[in-house]
Design a protein around this ligand. Structure first.
Ligand code: DAH
Length: 337
């Protein structure tokens, strides 16, 4: 009988040593199976208690329970200790290079708009802005649009109220600025504009930059000079421009300005559809009728104006075929610029 009790004590000691010495989860599990498993050493010993004479059983039983309790507790302690210790792979390695936080940058539209404004700023223009929700008066009326002009139609313009609309161009800021300031006026106006248009080269929301100069003795030569300087700075120093007669209600005379094709340089190719020229913007001499709305004296001053699509300028400069790339927010696209 004493033998069994002695054996139980020995097994318990051995088990404690094995469990406490286990270096990892595998070693711990091996020790658990060896002592506490269904065929483990403690289990075998406990089973053999049945062969003892009756008188010896209670003391041996108590010893077996004590051993089991001790070993089980030791196992739990070892398990807890192991799970707290960090695996080497999780430990802090101070020699690793740091992780840089991702840094954003301007979207191609903002970048282009900013770049265009910078060029005009160097030529002496100030940058001003105006509201995107506009009245019929500033968007059409004071810009000399006749009452039955097609762009005043619901099919063309996004109305938000009776005489309230999303501006269809940045030209209303011409009127707003002239109302507030006396000549000389040299401004560019970047901003969002809206039209009921949606296809591969038109987006219902797009971006324009308006230009307005009103000063003493301004002529069409000034218009051409300023836009030639702009094209040289924005595209390349040799970029040629040409003025084509056109019509806008708020300019007289009016001209469409083309640049020599950025792809073929004027020879004629797929991009310019063989003409050698690409349309860049609308422009003209400020129609004196506008001065009547803002209290300027047409005998004292004259001016020119222009309006260009920022999206279009970016598409031409960077060779983009689809305006949607600019508005879909695909990072694979945006990150290229
Ligand atoms: N506002 C015109 C448009 O959106 C563009 C334009 C043409 C602006 C001629 C001007 C201009 O200032 O003189 O189509």
């Amino acid at each position: 009988m004493n033998d069994i009790v002695k054996n139980l004590e020995n097994v318990s000691q051995e088990a404690l040593r094995a469990l406490e010495g286990a270096a990892d989860a595998a070693a711990l599990e091996k020790a658990r199976v060896e002592f506490l498993g269904a065929k483990g050493r403690l289990t075998e010993l406990t089973r053999s208690l049945g062969t003892l004479p009756k008188e010896g059983r209670p003391a041996a039983g108590q010893a077996a329970n004590k051993a089991k309790e001790e070993i089980t507790q030791a196992y739990k302690r070892a398990l807890a200790a192991l799970s707290q210790a960090k695996a080497p792979s999780q430990a802090l390695d101070v020699t690793l290079p740091g992780r840089k936080p991702a840094q954003g940058h301007r979207h191609l539209i903002s970048k282009t708009s900013h770049e265009i404004c910078q060029i005009f700023a160097k030529l002496g223009f100030s940058v001003v802005e105006g509201p995107e929700v506009e009245t019929d008066y500033y968007n059409f009326e004071a810009l000399n649009f006749p009452h039955d002009h097609p762009s005043r139609d619901m099919q063309e313009t996004l109305f938000v109220g009776d005489k309230l609309l999303l501006r269809t161009h940045t030209s209303p800021v011409q009127i707003r600025t002239m109302e507030k300031t006396k000549p000389p006026v040299w401004i560019v106006v970047p901003g969002k504009t809206y039209r009921r248009d949606d296809d591969i080269t038109h987006s219902p929301m797009f971006n324009q930059i308006e230009g307005l100069v009103v000063d003493k003795g301004i002529t069409m030569a000034d218009l051409k000079g300023v836009l030639t300087a702009f094209a040289a700075a924005f595209f390349s120093p040799e970029t040629k421009i040409r003025l084509r007669p056109s019509f806008f209600p708020f300019t007289e005379p009016s001209a469409e300005v083309d640049i020599a094709c950025v792809l073929c340089g004027g020879q004629g190719c797929r991009l310019c559809k063989g003409s050698g020229w690409l349309e860049l913007l609308g422009s003209g001499m400020v129609d004196p009728a506008l001065y009547g709305f803002v209290g300027y004296d047409p005998e004292q001053v004259s001016g020119f104006a222009f309006g260009m699509g920022v999206d279009r300028a970016a598409m031409l400069k960077y060779g983009l075929s689809n305006i949607r790339h600019l508005y879909e927010g695909d990072l694979r696209f945006s990150r290229q610029f």
